[in-house]
Design a protein around this ligand. Sequence first.
Ligand code: SAM
Length: 224
Amino acid sequence: KLTPRLNAVADLVNAKHKVADIGSDHAYLAAFLVEQGRVEEAIVGEVAKGPLENAKKTVRSQGLTEAIDCRLADGLAAIQPEDGVETVVIAGMGGLLIKKILADHQELGPFPELVLQPNTDQDALRAWLVANGYQVTKEEMVEEGIHRYEIIVAKPGKQELSKEDLTFGPFLRQAAGPIFQAKWQHEKDRLQLVLDRLKEAGQSQSEKYREVEETIQQIAKELS
Ligand code: SAM
């Protein structure tokens, strides 16, 4: 059984034949998808030897060595064009690292489907996707413990996103569900504290103060 975050990622994978999970660590996602019969085969890629060993251990212990190929590689270098990967999953990393992983091997893409779960910098990742031949087709937000995670599904295509779409997510802001509201209320409260501290420090005329104030206003507008 997967954690809520990885379970939500798994539910968004449409591949039937082959999925690649880049930065898989324990290979829990790939093992789950294969075991459930949702995909036939998986490639798991890991840049570090320790996590790759974790992945191999999961695959061996669940008797999935025929179906899951564990590869030591940096990012998308784990994938060959002849692998026929339908969905690439990159989860549990910063958005800037996910963006770099995608940008480093653009010659392999566009892939039919990307399922991305950035922990940070979702706006920069969305901006990269739409500037590089993808469109965001679905988004989900999931809560696990005290954290709230965004999951972005992208497919080849054209799309224009506004500044608000990039920041809040075109589908997430449209749905504006309870997790979305909680995330942005929390972020607004956090930024308000930053603003208060800047004021106390006599910085209310600074560039930083104006930037934070503007972001708070942007969030308030989105939540209203
Ligand atoms: N994807 C899993 C999840 O969501 O639970 C594991 C996330 S774990 C926090 C991030 C993993 O990404 C680490 O095991 C790390 O070694 C791996 N990683 C980081 N940069 C990578 C890269 N360029 N290529 C492949 N794996 C990478």
